[in-house]
Design a protein around this ligand. Structure first.
Ligand code: NOJ
Length: 562
């Protein structure tokens, strides 16, 4: 397998509206990110993915873009962007931008033109269809954000397709003129010096010919089998690679909901000429009730999580490449979801980081994860900002399918706002995020959990992340080693060996709060060992024994035989 910088990188994800507000309007901004670059250098990451900051009416917090070539005024100006990029490059940080071209905003000039008349030149940039004879939508597809995926346009008498909200019409990738526009947008930013793109909803670019009805048991959303990772989508991506990516040598990450290991191989295999890595969702959806992400049943069963992570490790090993993540701006906080955000918050946050960063793939750190930030408990619907949660509430409670109490509980547990509360910089008012009024409530635990305190504390979650990131940089086995799972039958212990020639890493973790027994396999023979990292006191030699709550240990083994 080829060795490359992006495989060796650790990516930090910034959700800009919640990162740092430099001008007191309550909204994070680009100058705020620039202020905090030294913090990212201290942490040790080398790539920064910033979620969209383009001009946007803000229906889906910037994922609805009305001008792909301009900065939204809430984030600053093009000059602020230039400063941010040059300050990043000066520090050796690379910038990964968020490219959202499955859809745009309904206020984008392409769409305002398109809806003027059926023969407008931009009409075919979108997917328009006549109603069925009874006036209903052209097919039964539903949106990721509740309700039908079609909205009727009175003026022109046709429906348009939107896989997200009705303010986010899907672009018609079949149209070569549209694809050329997208290539030009990519070049516009690449010529400014950006280092790569995360391609939002990339799995959905191509839709099946004839837009056939979906099988409701495959959803939600209904219709997914007709728009997820179709052969034509691979074709569009290869074309983008040929026309743009390959000419700039950049990092590309495809967000690909619903992908299987096979799809991911097709997207990322070295010979495929598509993208460098994917974000897959299987481990994020293990608790989705009847396929509905918000209505999660309860904690993710450890056995299922282990099996899923291991399947992906084995499936892509040395052939494709994965993004490693347990949280982002669309998911609850990982320590609240997979660990314990009470007494074991610190050890469980460290354990989760250990198992994540020591798999094969590129690790992502979502802002605040490196502090062990937790979900924030909302008390009422008035506190909810996220369009996905609000639409689901309106739909499911409105139709009498879920009680208001259950729905609020679901949003508390799984809602996207959990990850979107402001970054906790210090113990001052609003956690040092803003001098104004934050757009979304700060988590009240910021006095105990904040960056300033953790930078000073050698045992903090932050210092543990620093160490993990530095170790990965120093030891190629953590990046390139292959993967063998141990004790696959255990309902608590996740253990694996990463091996590169005669060096190996042995990773052992207890994913639960109850103690668990680990048996060192007899067949594992090595000449010497050293502790790599651990979240409790621990010697240099791996042994069988009892693992404490959420304990994680990793050892470096030399002279490995067999
Ligand atoms: C995935 C993004 O991560 C999410 O935040 C957004 O709502 C959808 N794509 C639509 O762009």
């Amino acid at each position: 397998m080829q060795r490359t910088g992006w495989k060796e990188a650790v990516v930090y994800q910034v959700y800009p509206v919640s990162f740092r507000d430099s001008d007191g309007d309550g909204l994070g901004d680009l100058a705020g990110i620039t202020e905090k670059l030294d913090y990212l250098v201290e942490l040790g990451v080398s790539v920064v993915w910033i979620c969209p900051f383009f001009r946007s009416p803000w229906v889906d917090n910037g994922y609805d873009i009305s001008d792909y070539r301009d900065i939204d005024p809430r984030f600053g100006s093009m000059a602020d962007f230039g400063r941010l990029l040059s300050e990043m490059h000066r520090r050796g940080l690379k910038l990964l931008m968020d490219l959202v071209v499955n859809h745009c905003s309904d206020r984008h000039p392409w769409f305002t033109e398109a809806r003027k008349s059926r023969d407008n030149p931009y009409r075919d940039y979108f997917l328009w269809r006549d109603p069925k004879p009874d006036g209903s939508p052209p097919n039964n597809w539903t949106s990721y954000f509740s309700g039908p995926a079609w909205t009727f346009d009175e003026a022109t008498g046709q429906f348009y397709l939107h896989l997200f909200t009705k303010e986010m019409p899907d672009l018609n990738w079949e149209n070569p003129a549209l694809r050329r526009e997208i290539h030009d947008i990519l070049r516009f930013w690449l010529d400014k010096g950006v280092d790569g793109f995360r391609l939002d909803s990339m799995h959905a670019y191509g839709k099946a010919a004839g837009l056939p009805d979906g099988d409701p048991s495959e959803g939600p959303p209904v219709g997914i089998e007709h728009f997820s990772s179709l052969p034509r989508t691979h074709g569009y991506i290869r074309e983008m690679h040929r026309e743009v990516f390959s000419r700039y040598g950049i990092l590309t990450v495809g967000e690909t909901d619903g992908v299987t290991v096979e799809d991911a191989l097709q997207y990322t295999a070295e010979a495929s000429g598509e993208v460098n890595m994917v974000f897959q969702f299987q481990h994020m959806d293990l608790d989705a009730a009847g396929g509905n992400r918000l209505l999660a049943d309860g904690p993710v069963p450890v056995r299922k999580l282990k099996a899923c992570l291991s399947d992906w490790q084995r499936g892509l090993m040395n052939r494709g490449w994965n993004s490693l993540y347990l949280s982002n701006h669309d998911q609850p906080r990982q320590v609240s979801r997979f660990g314990d955000d009470g007494v074991y918050r610190e050890v469980s946050a460290k354990m989760l980081a250990t198992i994540l960063h020591l798999q094969q793939g590129t690790p992502y750190v979502y802002q605040g994860e490196e502090l062990g930030m937790t979900n924030r408990r909302i008390e009422s619907l008035e506190e909810v900002r996220d369009v996905e949660s609000l639409n689901a509430y309106r739909d499911l409670v409105g139709r009498g399918l879920v009680t208001p109490g259950r729905m609020l509980e679901a949003i508390r547990r799984r809602g996207r706002d959990n990850a979107r509360t402001p970054m906790q910089w210090d113990g001052s008012v609003h956690a040092g995020f803003t001098s104004g009024t934050p757009w979304i409530g700060v988590n009240p635990n910021y006095r105990d959990i904040n960056a300033e305190a953790q930078r000073k504390d050698p045992d903090s979650v932050f210092q543990y992340y620093r160490k993990l990131i530095a170790l990965r940089r120093a030891h190629p086995v953590a990046v390139y080693g292959d993967f063998t799972e141990l004790c696959a039958d255990s309902g608590q212990v996740f253990a694996f060996v990463r091996r590169l020639e005669e060096t190996a890493l042995l990773v052992v973790a207890n994913l639960a709060r109850e103690p668990a027994v680990f048996d060192l396999p007899e067949g594992l023979r090595f000449r010497e060992s050293a502790l790599y990292i651990a979240n409790y006191d621990c010697g240099d030699v791996p042994r069988s024994g009892v693992l404490r709550p959420y304990e994680a240990q990793a050892f470096r083994l030399e002279g490995v035989e067999g």
